[in-house]
Design a binder for this molecule. Sequence first.
Ligand SMILES: Cc1ncc(COP(=O)(O)O)c(C=O)c1O
Length: 405
Amino acid sequence: MTQPDANPLARTRADFPLLQRCIDGRPITHLDSASTAPKPRCVIDAVTGFYLEHTANVHRGVHVLSEESTELFERARQEVASFINAAPSEIVFTRNSTEGINLVASGLGLREDDEVIVTALEHHSNYMPWRVHAHAVPVGLLPDGVPRYEEIGGRLSPKTRLVALAQVSNTLGAIAPVAGWIAAAHAQGIPALVDASQSASHLPIDVRAMDCDFLVMSGHKLLGPSGIGVLYGKRERLEALAPYQVGGGMVKLHEEEHFVLQDVPWRFEAGTPNIEGAIGLGAAVSYLRNLGMEAVQRHSVKLGRRLVTRLRAIKGIEILADSVPDGQRIGLATFIVHAPGLGQENIARLLCDRHQILVSGGYHCAHMLHHRLKLEGTVRASTHVFNTEADIDRLAEALTEIVEV
Ligand SMILES: Cc1ncc(COP(=O)(O)O)c(C=O)c1O
């Protein structure tokens, strides 16, 4: 009788050609997917297949290749919709999460004194747009960086137009109590935007159950191509947003006297979209769905646990959000390495140069968090479906060597 596979995702490794890469003749250990993730072969094939077999514009041409492109593009929208339990008409293709958030920020018609509730640890992409278009009101942080989510209710005021928070922060890896803050916002008739840039690769997402009004994702972190992202919006919310770009493809009619906007979501996709990007993203989310997002979450949480356990055991390492309860962290940990004469970016570089381990080093587009915690940078290790506990053990051994020198 065959034994059940202890790590059912371990065999996914073979699906990612990039993981065969060597540096200085030695194989890499990839722990940097929170920045951008390697692509499985099926995504690469979907993109090259489009170039080789179809390459035509969408929603415009009348010939066969154009029909095929349109069908593949719209099928990708359906794949993405099913991935998060939305309707295809609620899926706007954007360039990335940043563009999705900017689209909402400019489309809501915000005024300078309107308020948007955020946390101090939001990625710049979910902070800057609210700062520029309105007034961003951050909730506080605990000393280890975890937001005081319970403060959200108290921050809501008649000026609040939106609550916009990450479901998983790119610096902490902690899974936020999304349902609670969305309910608090809705109790006051305020819509909520979920930044799922990090969470979508690690947790099952159901926008209906979550009841968020908007949600953004980035294709490149979800094993898909760069330059493609998603803005989900409840249909009535999308219909109330003003398009922030105008041009070809977003109007049904354009005459001297007037023009008529396309229906949602196409009115937000002015110009030729990233067709191959959308098709690649469709392939990426079906790949993840085939693995099963519950299995992906279990795997991620297990790796998160291994990360903190191994890092905590190294003298000279401090982990951010160390107070996060067991099981509430994806496979991501950000930490400070105390090694004489070495900054955090130097540590990340050393891990690459000496050990072929790829991690992030610096501020991770979360300056406010680092500023509040008085940190001059941090190191971040982040996993995806193909990582194993052995990758984390390799990181821990390398860090032990660095701090002990
Ligand atoms: C939590 C979070 N939000 C937003 C973004 C922005 O994503 P993108 O650069 O793909 O637009 C990132 C990227 O790292 C992120 O981690």
